[in-house]
Each structure stands twice: as C-alpha cells, then as structure tokens.
Design a protein around this ligand. Sequence first.
Ligand code: PMP
Length: 359
Amino acid sequence: MARVFNFNPGPAAMPEPVLQRAKSELLEMSGLGISVMNISHRSGEFQNIIDSAEAGIRDLLSVPQEYAVLFLQGSASLQFAMIPMNLRRPGKSADYVESGRFSQKALKEAQTTGKANVVWSGKEEDYTRIPEPAELRLDPDAEYLHICSNETVGGIRWNRFPEIAAPLIADMSSEILSRVIDVTRFGLIYAGAQKNLGPSGIALVIIRQDLVEREHAGIPIFLRYSTHIRERSLYNTPNTWAIYMLKLTCEWLQSRGGLKEMQRINEEKAALLYQTIDSSGFWRSPVDKNSRSIMNVVWRLPSVSLEERFLEEAKEAGMVGLKGHRSVGGIRASIYNAVTLEAVKTLVSFMKEFERKNG
Ligand code: PMP
C-alpha cells in the first residue's frame, strides 16, 4: 500500500527523511555494526547520541546554560504529577489555567498532592478560547502558573504568553519546535515526544535549574528532577530508540532552516486550512479567531452524518487521522512539522470538492 497523508494527533507523522535514515541504520548503524537499539546506554556511542539530541534541542530553542534539558520516560502525563511534587513546596499552592482536556488533566493530578487553584476556566465556553492575561485571577503566593500552550483536542493555543512574577510552566506537547519561543520566559517546559519530536515513550523537559532547590525528602528518588539532572537522563535505562529518533528529528529541522523557517511553513499550512473553513458557511470553526492553533485545526460540517462521510471519503482519497477527539467529535487536522505543505494542499482541494458535491 502507498503511504498516505497522515493527520493523526499523536503518535503522528514523522519526517520522511528521518524515517528513511532510521531504516537505513536499523540493522547496522554506521561505525557500530549493530542497531542503535542493541547497544548499552552506558556506551560512548550512545553518549554521543544523547549528547547530540541535547545539543539539537539547545540549538533549535536557544536554551541557555542555566536550564537543564532532560529526556524522561512516562511521557507528558508523568510530568503532570512530577511538576507539583517537585516545584510546589509542602503547604503551598500552584496556579492552573484550565483551557481544555490536557490542562484539566494536569490540574487534576496536581490536586491529588496539594493545593491547585483554577485561575481561569474555559469550561463554560466549551474550551474554545485562551484567556486574556487580565482575566487570570492569580494568587500572589502561588509557586508557579501552569498552562497548556496548545490544547490538542480543542485546537486552541496561546499566542502571547502571560507575564507573571511566578515561574511559568508550559505543556508544549502538541507544538514544541513548531514556532520560535523565548525559553527564558519559562521556568519549565515539557512535551511528550509523539507529535513533533519523534516516537512516543519519552518526554522532553527543559527546566531552570534553580527551581530544583524546592524539592524535599518526601519525593521518591526517581521522581526528582535533581536525580535526572545529576545523571543527565541516564539514571535508569532510557528509551534509547526514542532519543535516537529525536536526535534525527532535530538534525532534520536544522537542515530545513530551524524554527523560524518551520514556523513560516506552519503558518502557511494553517492559513490555507482556516481560509478554506472561513470561505463559506458549509464549514464552521468553533474556535475564537485569536486563539486558533496552527498545529491542530478543528472544524465542523453542517451535520454529523456529513462529517462521517467526509472522514470516509478522505480516507479513500488517502488522508487519515482526521477524526476529531472522541470527547468533542467533528474534524481535526493535526498539521505538525512533518505534515507537508503538499499534504495540506491536497486536503484543501479535497474539502473544496466535497463542498461542491455536498454543499
Ligand atoms: N499534553 C498534551 C497537550 C497532549 O496533547 C497530550 C497527548 N495527546 C498529553 C499531554 C499527554 O501525553 P501522554 O499521553 O503521552 O502522556
């Protein structure tokens, strides 16, 4: 079967050159004679790979030295738990913006181990927008403010980040490396890998190292950031394959001109889709215009049965992964870095033809 255009939300499309390179090195990596999956994580060869992965992230995001770059298991969901355990001292509270499915999960996890304030919630508006900074009811004593910079299900994202005194913490799982950001605005950034970084199974964590001073003896050793900083992500046997794939993904991004160029392409892809959605009453975007994501574009058709037909016919035309999240329905095109302009143009032509036939 021919390869199809992949609009899955995650695990998601990976750059074809990265897959080709991995394929060519699967049995024998040059200089090793065996697969990268078959070498010790303590070997010099693997150390080179993890060092290159870290260097790639530091280069692409201009991560300053006072931040540690970690590759941890447990994916983004474990970060929901580790962040409050490590960065909210006993008896203190933390602030959370509830803007959709994933920030809500982060909030619930934080509530299991201490006090977490909801400083703004989009629940009443079905999570269709990001708040204005002035709407946030921040607690001056909160240890940090947590946001999800791009809500994968709702298709909304923070265009501008709030300026606050407490450390800002962001779940960037579904948009990391898709646009230029200023890392120094954040205390901690984290992202599950399976959208823009590589295969599932690891999380990237970028943490300002002074925040580690907040940790206390009650935290299990494995769940302390200080453990992984000290051991440079090799405290336990890491997911060596995913780290290798992440390294290749960084190299691919660097060869394409880095984040500035990637952002330009991503904005172009998203604009094509939003222009099509806005062009007629057949399509409807449920999302506030200022909050629109450039990674997860969601929209509705006039009826659920038309949406089902759209999905079926798109699949027949070689486009998969377009079904909206099960909690909200509708259509969602996840157009991460590896989804090409050609894929989006093909989808847009298909939409125009579908509207002509069914509008
Ligand atoms: N945060 C965001 C924004 C996500 O999109 C996801 C997964 N889609 C998660 C967190 C959770 O990631 P995981 O299931 O890999 O832990």
